[in-house]
Ligand binder design. Structure first.
Ligand SMILES: Nc1ncnc2c1ncn2[C@@H]1O[C@H](COP(=O)(O)OP(=O)(O)OP(=O)(O)O)[C@@H](O)[C@H]1O
Ligand SMILES: [Mg+2]
Length: 347
């Protein structure tokens, strides 16, 4: 009864709790939160100092009593308490944005395909203690497919590849369910680490992961570019410890990240090999759709298409597909029923 009363006033939310970014969607306003999954905490008092964009600015620059924590690792919760606080902050902020009086929303939230029951329960519990009245779990590739407007309920197979910060998920979807899939714990963050390692090995220079990400965004690519690109980067000399600047070009960055890109492409091929032939025929016809921030790596679609001999396209606004999919499901209870991932407990 109480729930019913609250339900009438509360605003429901779709959430993409990502390793790198957290997004929140409300039916009225669309995406109201899109911020990095980072929390800054005063370790002396346990007080939260900043969340999201403000906390990200503190990464790597905090004095010893302040810690900037990324509570998600490889798509799953690694620090429960901090995740719960971060979600609460974002949910409250989403409600403040849409002037809701009683913020006890139903929440549809994405989870990776291969998580354990314990990891799944952690997402449910954190979302509920952050203020949700009811929690619906949805597999991220399914949400990404719905957000990309793919006909997931049809008896035609589609392949979706979501490359985020911590996970790459490859899934074949047909008739509202995932038929075959593969979740890799390597994605955008791994490319950044590859670049850190390369610069260390080739130039004897130490750079941070944020600088590495900047390099990837500015001049990173999966295949040769029409016009070469280069950029000046700064770091610390490994031998004398002093600041130093060097110039790095696109082919060096390609060399740094090439192995990881090849692993992702190999897994796509493996997934195709274990997919029933009728469905593979559909995928050949319809192509592969890329989502997640990793989809934006220059030339990745072309490299994948060449390796698989299947057309590949990047979804519109790939960074927001999962949360937009969750948002579509808020307004489509019939489809939600079809694609819901079983909950670990009764809601
Ligand atoms: N233009 C770009 N080129 C290459 N990589 C990019 C680009 N834009 C964003 N990325 C990468 O995309 C990743 C973030 O993507 P996304 O927000 O989809 O991840 P996430 O959902 O937080 O993570 P996960 O799904 O693994 O939990 C980061 O590694 C980021 O560097
Ligand atoms: Mg994601």
């Amino acid at each position: 009864m109480l729930n019913k009363i609250f339900g009438r006033f509360s605003k429901d939310l779709g959430i993409d709790l990502g390793t790198k970014n957290t997004l929140v969607y409300t039916p009225d306003k669309g995406i109201v939160i899109n911020e990095p999954s980072v929390v800054a905490i005063n370790t002396r008092t346990d007080e939260i100092l900043a969340v999201g964009n403000n906390a990200k600015q503190m990464l790597g620059k905090t004095p010893s009593h302040i810690q900037a924590i990324k509570p998600m690792i490889d798509g799953v919760i690694s620090d429960f308490e901090v995740t719960e606080k971060m979600l609460k902050y974002f949910i409250d902020k989403a409600h403040a944005e849409s002037f809701t009086l009683i913020p006890r929303p139903r929440v549809i939230i994405g989870i990776p395909l291969d998580i354990t029951e314990v990891e799944k329960k952690a997402v449910e519990d954190a979302t509920r203690s952050a203020g949700a009245r009811q929690v619906f779990l949805i597999e991220e590739p399914m949400a990404a497919a719905i957000g990309s407007r793919l006909p997931v309920g049809d008896p035609t197979a589609t392949m979706i590849v979501d490359i985020g910060g911590g996970t790459s998920e490859i899934a074949v979807i047909s008739l509202g369910g995932v038929v075959t899939y593969k979740t890799l714990r390597i994605a955008g963050n791994e490319l950044d680490r590859n670049i850190v390692q390369y610069v260390r090995d080739e130039f004897n220079m130490v750079i941070g992961e944020q600088m590495a990400e900047e390099i990837k965004l500015k001049i990173g690519s999966a295949g040769p570019l029409k016009e070469g690109m280069e950029m000046e980067i700064r770091g610390r000399d490994l031998l004398n410890g002093l600041p130093r600047a060097i110039t790095i070009n696109d082919s060096q960055v390609r060399e740094a990240i090439g192995r990881t890109v090849a692993i992702v492409i190999d897994h796509i091929k493996n997934t195709l090999e274990t997919t029933p032939p009728e469905l593979v025929a559909d995928i050949y016809h319809k192509g592969i759709v890329l989502t997640g921030g990793g989809a934006l790596l220059r030339g990745l679609d072309r490299e994948m298409a060449q390796a698989t001999k299947i057309p590949v396209r990047v979804a519109d606004d790939p960074l927001t597909c999962v949360v937009r999919g969750a948002g579509i499901l808020l307004n489509d209870p019939e489809l939600l029923k079809k694609v819901l991932s079983p909950s670990t407990s009764s809601n």
